[in-house]
Design a protein around this ligand. Structure first.
Ligand SMILES: [Zn+2]
Length: 204
C-alpha cells in the first residue's frame, strides 16, 4: 500500500473488512441506496486505523496554512464514529489537543462535556469517519463557533455525498476516498425496489 493509499486501495480495504457493502439499503431519513458504508468495521483493525489516519494526516500536512497551525490545532470530532479518527489524526499530526462532542440521543443537540472550554480564536479541525449529508459536522461547526473557536477545515476518511449534502466551502475538505453511491429519494423512485431486490434498513 502507498503512504497515501489510492482510492482503489482504500475501497479494497473497506470491502475486505466488510465496511463497504453492496445491496439495497434504506436509511432512517427515507433515502434508498445501492451501497452502505460502516467505517468502524474497518477501524476495528488497529493497523488499518493507523494506516488511514496517517494517510489523512499527510494530506492535511500538504496544506501549508494548516501545517503552520499544527502546534495550536485542536482536532474535534462528533462521538462516537469520529473518535478513532480524531485520535489517529492527532497522533500522526502531533496536533495540540483532541476532544469530541456528544449527544444523549439522536434528537438532542451535540454538546461538550461540563467544564470544557474552547479558547477564543482556537483553530479547530473537524474530523469524522464519513461525510454523507454533513448534518452532524455542520452542527458541530456551529457548536465550536458558538464557543469562540475557529474552524479551519474538515477531514474525513470517506466522502460519500448524498443529495442533501451541505456545502462547507470555502473550508478545505480532505478525504481518502470518494464513493459515488446511487441514491433514491424514496421507495417509489427506487430502481432496486422496482426490481424487487429485498431492502435492508440501516441506522445512519
Ligand atoms: Zn429501494
Amino acid at each position: 500500500m502507498h503512504l497515501i493509499p489510492t482510492q482503489d486501495e482504500v475501497v479494497a480495504l473497506l470491502r475486505n473488512t466488510g465496511a463497504l457493502r453492496d445491496g439495497h439499503y434504506e436509511y432512517s431519513n427515507g433515502l434508498h441506496s445501492n451501497e452502505y458504508l460502516q467505517v468502524p468495521l474497518a477501524m476495528r483493525y488497529y493497523q488499518h486505523a493507523k494506516t488511514l489516519s496517517v494517510a489523512l494526516s499527510r494530506l492535511l500536512r500538504a496544506n501549508t496554512e494548516i501545517r503552520a497551525m499544527i502546534p495550536e490545532l485542536s482536532i474535534v470530532a462528533p462521538a462516537t464514529g469520529g473518535l478513532p479518527v480524531a485520535y489517529g489524526v492527532c497522533e500522526a499530526l502531533r496536533a495540540n489537543q483532541v476532544y469530541w462532542a456528544e449527544r444523549e440521543n439522536a434528537h438532542e443537540p451535540q454538546h461538550f462535556r461540563q467544564y470544557h472550554q474552547v479558547q477564543p480564536g482556537e483553530p479547530v479541525l473537524l474530523v469524522d469517519d464519513i461525510l454523507r449529508s454533513g448534518k452532524k459536522l455542520s452542527e458541530l461547526k456551529n457548536l465550536v463557533e458558538s464557543k469562540g473557536g475557529q474552524v479551519v477545515g474538515l477531514a474525513v476518511m470517506i466522502y460519500q455525498p448524498n443529495p442533501d449534502m451541505i456545502d462547507f466551502s470555502p473550508l478545505p475538505l480532505y478525504y481518502l476516498a470518494k464513493l459515488d453511491a446511487m441514491y433514491y429519494r424514496d421507495a417509489a423512485g427506487c430502481q432496486l425496489c422496482k426490481a424487487g431486490v429485498p431492502v435492508e434498513k440501516v441506522q445512519t
